[in-house]
Design a binder for this molecule. Sequence first.
Ligand code: ADP
Ligand code: MG
Length: 698
Amino acid sequence: MTRPLDAIFSPRSVAVVGASRRRDSLGFSLLHNLVVNELNGAIFPVNPQARAIHSLKCYPSVAAIPDPVDLAVIMVPRDLVQGVVEECLAKGVGGLVVITAGFSETGEEGAALERRLRETVRAAGVRMIGPNCMGVINADPAVRLDATFAPTPAQHGAIGFVSQSGALGVAILNVAQDLGVGLTQFVSMGNKADVSGNDLLEHWEDDPETKVIAMYLESFGNPRRFTEIAKRVTRKKPILVVKSGRTAEGARAATSHTGAIAGTDVTVSAFLDQCGVLRANTIEELFDVARALARCPLPGGFRVGIVTNAGGPGIMATDACVNLGLHMAELSDATRATLRSFLPREASVVNPVDMIASATAEHYARTVAAVLDDPQVDMAMVINVTPILTNPIDVMEAIGAVARERTKPVLAVMMATEEFYDAVKTARDLPPVYHFPESAARVMFLLARYAAWRRRPADLPAPEFDTDDAQVAAILDATPEGYLDPAATFRVLELYGVPLVRWRLARARDEALAAAREIGFPVVLKAVAPGLVHKSDIGAVQVDLRGEAELAKAAAEMERRITAAGHPLEAFLVQEMARGGHEVIFGITTDPRFGPLLMFGLGGKYVEVFQDVRFAVTPLDAEEAREVIRGIRGFKLLEGVRGEPGADLELLAEILLRLAQLSQRHPRIRELDINPFLAGHDRAIARALDARIRVGQT
Ligand code: ADP
Ligand code: MG
């Protein structure tokens, strides 16, 4: 035993303090699980009121146990826990699991007890899981530890699973059993007073048996440390996370577009993406992906070959793949000729390959081999709708034999009976099998995403831009709290190298005329007024004013309109009329846990309607910035469609990086929107047309 958590995961002796004879108690269930799973070691029940429990000799106290104790599982009433822990430490136990609840989850009194517990174990250098947890499992056949009170045991497999919720832990073990998924170890962390999710990541990082790490999380204790560890661990093995809940943290009052769209949930997704962690939406999806990661090699890219014996599911599979951003592989002439040579004439030999209903196991084997051997194919989805004549198990075995000899992932979609699933679900040498093409497509997408992460260069530094930050700070500091005025806002952007449309501020109508003459017609006129944030809502923006008369009239009307709307005019903003390009939005908002958050997406007046945006946490490297830009649904628009020129994508990525630097160096910025930014096909015409910056106290 050399690693810090070994005494907990691989104990040669376990004391159960608070074991009980009452069959309906947790203290009995846990002891029972240890016994029936045949722990490879000694079990010592501790209870001063009993002579024997579950046919095991019972001890009145930990101190009374004559043998050494590696692991103590504690389930005594809350107020006795501290004393028992101290007794265990005096006895020299190697590790602790505290099941007892009633600590920080119940309020300040419990939190104080929990802090004391932490200080005690930390001072002794002994690791503790819990309190308020469901226990731990090590399914390794050499250990066979089940120190939980869950009714479902865990099969041995390749997944390390940590759950922040005890109640959900029980459900997780049930789902794992239903799907035939095996685990290396399972931990319910409870309140994480000592051992955290980060510690478990490090524990599994170098454990050769654990091929996949799965986490059910409700919160991130320390996002910065998680980032550091996860970025390192995901280089070696995948981490899958189900993160529950949109928490109250997300419900912040926000007036900017960015603030209104951002919520904790998108933040978490962006954060996990940037750590290379895969996010699943449900426990079931997590296991779907975990099964594939545990059994399949990683794909070389996003191109899928589909093989089916029925047209409908082939089309469903194609739609699902394409919608997720996977590509349908284009099969080569050679592959098509091979397929033609043995498939019936009615078969379709383009992707999706439809072998038609007469396909035999032999047809499956030859077709899947030909498709996988095509260099255009990165992975294959093999669909079988069970006809009367072929046995789906034969089909599975035929596919399995082909897949085992290849280095590309193969996923099976079998529309077959539950008996079939019961027969194949635990067969680890067969490809992972799914009920529907949509689930398999989602798994393939996450596999490809993870493979892309592994190919990506590690630890790119965030680029640095030469900026006059003293001057930026001086401008920001002139506003104690709230929105900067337009001139200050534009100055900050100028100092950070964001290209701006030509603009002038004019205090009165005649000044506006002079400004327009300087800029050159046509111009755009906007009103500046205290508290006026969304200008076009109240008619405070007039575009394409072509001459002095038009401008003068527009200015007079605008002043009347906005005064009537309760916004006394402070000044006019006159801008050059910009044309061409796509309206995009850049934004900064701040998250209480994750810090500054960047946003990019399609902009203009309809941002909130389409919400086609992506977020990124800081710091941000150049490749991450490009991924954010490429990641919006409407990216094709920016690349240029139907003969329209595309946008200068490198410039967009650069602006995102510049804003990342701004947000990190100037934490007083709470929200920033540049909307719209007109993204032209070349730098010369790309510029910001409107922006706002809100600052807060530090
Ligand atoms: P707000 O967002 O406060 O309503 P904007 O300044 O963003 O006001 O203007 C609203 C819309 O008017 C923009 O989305 C853009 O389509 C158009 N617009 C604003 N400024 C210009 C400009 N200088 N050139 C061309 N169009 C502009
Ligand atoms: Mg705007």
